[in-house]
Design a protein around this ligand. Structure first.
Ligand code: CMP
Length: 142
């Protein structure tokens, strides 16, 4: 099915200057960027986005990292976009990520793992709405 998913290029990858390299992987795989912005999250924004992890032991470090520098937040659209995006990213822990995935190539640890992607269609809808208004997600016109 035609889906949308939320993609975040995290502060470590932005600092490495690999935004274009990551976008290229998405586009090469047939995913379209239909919304995009660079932003530097506040603590409140990061805590809200990751609220489902608030009881996990890594929550404080996660919020600290995600507010440590600018990120690029995008909406990707395509056939089976949620799963396809996750395949391109590779496993959350880069030591388990398959060769050729973004995490294998760019992540250094499970904490600084270069990218985030929605894990299901339902969470994608919630995550997209967290960062973008309906008007900011651009429909194809040609
Ligand atoms: P992300 O997909 O952005 O969602 C939550 C993040 O928490 C995850 O990527 C990891 O970067 C980070 N994290 C740190 N430790 C863990 C862990 N043990 N399990 C899952 N995520 C973790």
């Amino acid at each position: 099915a035609l889906e949308r998913t939320l993609s975040i290029i995290k502060p470590d990858a932005v600092a490495k200057n690999v935004i274009g390299g990551i976008y290229n992987r998405f586009e090469t795989a047939g995913l379209r960027i239909v919304a995009a912005k660079m932003m530097h999250l506040s603590k409140e924004q990061a805590e809200g986005f990751y609220a489902e992890h608030s009881e996990r032991p890594f929550f404080g470090a996660l919020v600290e990292f995600m507010t440590s520098g600018p990120i690029v937040v995008s909406v990707l659209e395509g056939e089976d976009a949620v799963k396809r995006h996750r395949e391109i990213m590779g496993a959350t822990n880069p030591s388990e990520a398959l060769a050729g995935t973004l995490r294998a190539d760019y992540a250094v640890s499970i904490d600084e793992n270069a990218v985030h992607g929605s894990d299901a269609v339902e969470s994608a809808a919630r995550e997209i709405a967290y960062f973008f208004t309906d008007e900011e997600v651009c429909a194809r016109t040609r």
